[in-house]
Design a protein around this ligand. Sequence first.
Ligand code: DX5
Ligand code: ZN
Length: 226
Amino acid sequence: MVKIAPSILAADFAELGAAVRAAEAAGADYIHVDVMDGHFVPNITIGPPVVAALRSTTKLPLDVHLMIEAPDRFLADFAKSGADIITVHVETCPHLHRTVQAIRALGARPGVTLNPATSLETVRESLPYVDQVLVMTVNPGFGGQSYIPTMTDKVARLAAMIAATGRTVDIEVDGGIDPTTAPMVVRAGATVLVAGTNVFRNAHGLAVGISELRAAANSALRTSGG
Ligand code: DX5
Ligand code: ZN
């Protein structure tokens, strides 16, 4: 089954707890938390205290996406705050093998991610060690951007790379995911769909946003026989 991970970046930050509870009630599988430092990406969002506060509002796994330089400095803080999955950008980690092991040693599930222009070869050597690879389908930093169409083929190539390892590794996609783009990425092999705008700013409400994404993902699985 494809998992839906609403990104709270698009939620009302003054009512974050309510937004997370509503997403859980509407059937979300993870809560996706976008951490930005104003250096790696041109935007600043939230840090470990907010993750800790969210931890007390939901039982859902907190899927923490670190868009920060030198993330090793903060892995322990995020793990202690209750992050279940910690994903780091390959562009920020010169010692990625060590970073991924550190996340696992802290009791969290390690993920790696890469920008749209970064080659899949940068994650190949980490596939035996991670639980998730996040394919950025927009340039990180902001919600509400358009899906980059060439990322569909990148997801398909990553799926083949993972299949060759014989391991189960989730493929997450993030950026511009809606009922039109979701079937394309699911057919290509995506197993976790992050969506901010389409869930928290959906004109028909968040529950409709989640159920439309799930229906789009399921229809793609049926037509691809997956
Ligand atoms: C972008 C973030 C995304 C963002 C997705 O840097 O990593 O998680 O919230 O937002 P939408 O779904 O609006 O493209
Ligand atoms: Zn994200």
